[in-house]
Design a protein around this ligand. Structure first.
Ligand code: GAR
Length: 188
C-alpha cells in the first residue's frame, strides 16, 4: 500500500491517468489530490473516481506543508501544478517530489514555461523533435535531476494541436510507468 499526493492546477488528465493506474496496481493505494485553482477540471475528474481533491487557496505553502506532513506520502507528484514548491518541503521530502514537463529539458523550461507556452515556442523555433521530461523537483523551476525523457519527432506541418496530442500520448503512456518504478522498484 502506497500513499501518493498529486498536485494539479488545471485539466487534470495526468492526475486522472495516474490515479486510475495506481488503483489498478493496488486498490489499497491511497491517493490525495490538491489543487490551487477553484474552477479546475481536475475536481470533476477526481470526483468521478472517488478520490479526494482539496482546494488549497489561502496560504498555499502553509496548507501544502501541513497536508504533506499529515499525509506522509511516499511520493509527491506535480501533474500540471504551476506554483513553486516551498523549500522546506523540498528538503523534507528529498527525492520524493517529481514533476512532468512537456519538453526536452533543459530546453523550454523555467518560469512561465508551461502547457501551450512551451509548445508554441517549439513551433516557433521549428524544432525537429520535442518530448517529455520527468524530473525531481529542486528549488529552481524545471532544473532538478532528470529521471526520464522521451522524444517524439516533429514534421514540417505540425500545429499546436498536433504537438499537444503527441505530448499527451507520451505523458499518458510513460508517466505511470516511471511512477511505478519509483514507488515499487528503484531504491532512491
Ligand atoms: C501537462 O502537459 C504537463 O506536462 C504540463 O501541464 C500539462 C498538465 O495537463 N506541465 C507543465 O507545463 C509544467 N511546467 P493536465 O492538467 O491535463 O495533466
Amino acid at each position: 500500500m502506497k500513499k501518493v499526493l498529486i498536485l494539479a492546477s488545471g485539466n487534470g488528465s495526468n492526475a486522472e491517468n495516474i490515479s486510475k493506474f495506481l488503483k489498478k496496481t493496488d486498490s489499497g493505494n491511497q491517493i490525495k489530490v490538491l489543487c490551487n485553482v477553484k474552477k479546475a477540471a481536475v475536481f470533476e475528474k477526481m470526483k468521478n473516481l472517488n478520490i479526494p481533491c482539496l482546494l488549497i487557496k489561502n496560504s498555499i505553502n502553509k496548507c501544502l506543508i501541513k497536508e504533506c506532513r499529515d499525509f506522509q506520502p511516499d511520493l509527491i507528484i506535480l501533474a500540471g501544478y504551476l506554483k513553486k514548491i516551498p523549500i522546506d518541503l523540498i528538503e523534507f521530502f528529498k527525492k520524493k517530489i517529481i514533476n512532468i514537463h512537456p519538453s526536452l529539458l533543459p530546453k523550454y523550461g523555467g518560469q512561465g514555461m508551461y502547457g501551450d507556452n512551451v509548445h508554441n515556442q517549439v513551433l516557433l523555433n521549428q524544432e525537429k523533435e520535442t518530448g517529455i521530461t520527468i524530473h525531481y523537483v529542486n528549488e529552481k523551476y524545471d532544473r532538478g535531476e532528470i529521471i526520464f525523457q522521451k522524444k517524439t519527432s516533429l514534421q514540417n506541418d505540425e500545429t499546436l494541436n498536433t504537438i499537444k496530442a503527441k505530448i499527451k500520448n507520451l505523458e499518458m503512456k510513460y508517466f505511470p510507468i516511471i511512477i511505478y518504478q519509483l514507488l515499487y522498484v528503484r531504491k532512491h
